[in-house]
Design a protein around this ligand. Structure first.
Ligand code: AKG
Ligand code: FE2
Length: 270
C-alpha cells in the first residue's frame, strides 16, 4: 500500500482494480433504472419496461430534454451512488492515500457520455473545488480503453503545480485547447505556454484500460481529459473528490471567502 501512495505521488495517478464491487455497481444501475421508470411513468411517457437502461434514458432525452436534466440532477442523490463512495473499501483506500484521516467528500456524482450527447472534456487540472490538494476518483461502469473513448491522464504533470494559461480561468468544458481527440490526430499545435507545449502531446497522454468498477485516482494538478465514448450505449461513470480539512482555504484565516476556490486564483500561492 505504501507503494501505491508513492506511485500516486510520483506519477500523479494510480489505477485500483475492482475498487467498487460488481454488487455495488449492479445496485447503482438498478436504482438508476427505477428512477428512470418513475420519471417516465409519472410523466405519462410511453415506453417499454423491458428496454435496457440506456434505451430508457435515450427515450427520456428524446421525449423531454428538461426532464432528462432533472433526472441527471438527481443521480447524485441515489443512495447506491453515495453508498459506493462512502463504503469501507473506498474510504479505507483514500485513508491510505491521503496525508490525514480527516477526509471530506465533495462532488460525488454520475456522469454519462454517449454518441448523441458527448461530454468529453479537454485536458485540464481539477480547479474550482474545495481544496488545492486532493484526490479525484473516476470509476467507469462500463469497460473503457483508448479505443472506446475514456479518461486519460498526463503522468507526472502534477509536478508543474497550478499551470496558469488563458483557458485555465474557465471551466474545462469551455476550453478551446487541450482537446484530446485533436491532439491524438495532431490537429492541435503551437501552444503559447511553454509547459503546455511540452506536455500536450499524443506521446505523453496515457489511457488506462479499465474494467467495470476499476478506479483511476489522480491528483488536483494532474492534467486529465477524456475522449468521446464510441462504445455501444452509454459510458456511465461514478466520480467523487476526497479532501483534507487542512487544505481548504475557506476555513483558513485571511484566505478566500468562497467554499469552492475560484478558477482565476493562483493556487501555487494559496
Ligand atoms: O468523465 C469525463 O469526461 C471527465 C471527468 C472530469 O475530468 C471532470 O469531471 O472534471
Ligand atoms: Fe476533471
Amino acid at each position: 500500500m505504501k507503494n501505491l501512495k508513492k506511485k500516486l505521488e510520483e506519477e500523479g495517478f494510480i489505477v485500483v482494480k475492482k475498487l467498487i464491487s460488481k454488487k455495488r455497481i449492479k445496485r447503482i444501475y438498478s436504482q438508476i433504472e427505477s428512477l428512470l421508470d418513475t420519471i417516465l411513468k409519472e410523466n405519462s411517457i410511453k415506453y417499454n419496461k423491458k428496454w435496457s437502461i440506456d434505451k430508457k434514458y435515450l427515450h427520456l432525452k428524446k421525449k423531454n430534454n428538461k426532464l432528462k436534466s432533472k433526472f441527471y440532477d438527481l443521480l447524485k442523490n441515489l443512495e447506491s451512488v453515495n453508498s459506493a463512495i462512502f463504503c469501507d473499501r473506498t474510504i479505507s483506500m483514500m485513508n491510505k492515500l491521503m496525508i490525514k484521516k480527516d477526509i471530506l467528500v465533495y462532488g460525488q456524482r454520475i456522469r454519462l457520455d454517449h454518441k448523441k450527447d458527448n461530454h468529453h472534456l479537454p485536458l485540464h487540472q481539477e480547479l474550482n473545488n474545495i481544496s488545492k490538494d486532493f484526490l479525484n476518483m473516476w470509476v467507469p461502469m462500463v469497460k473503457v480503453n483508448k479505443k472506446t473513448g475514456s479518461l486519460c491522464v498526463i503522468p507526472r504533470s502534477h509536478k508543474y503545480g497550478h499551470v496558469k494559461y488563458k483557458q485555465s480561468n474557465l471551466e474545462a468544458v469551455k476550453h478551446k485547447i487541450g482537446i484530446v481527440k485533436n491532439i491524438l490526430e495532431n490537429k492541435e499545435k503551437n501552444y503559447k505556454d511553454k509547459i503546455l507545449k511540452k506536455i500536450f502531446d499524443k506521446k505523453t497522454i496515457h489511457f488506462p484500460n479499465l474494467n467495470i468498477g476499476d478506479a483511476i485516482i489522480f491528483k488536483t494538478f494532474t492534467f486529465h481529459g477524456s475522449t468521446p465514448y464510441i462504445g455501444k450505449g452509454i459510458r456511465w461513470t461514478l466520480l467523487s473528490t476526497f479532501h483534507n480539512a487542512s487544505k481548504i482555504p475557506y476555513i483558513q484565516k485571511n484566505k478566500i471567502k468562497n467554499l469552492r476556490i475560484p478558477y482565476n486564483i493562483n493556487y501555487n500561492k494559496l
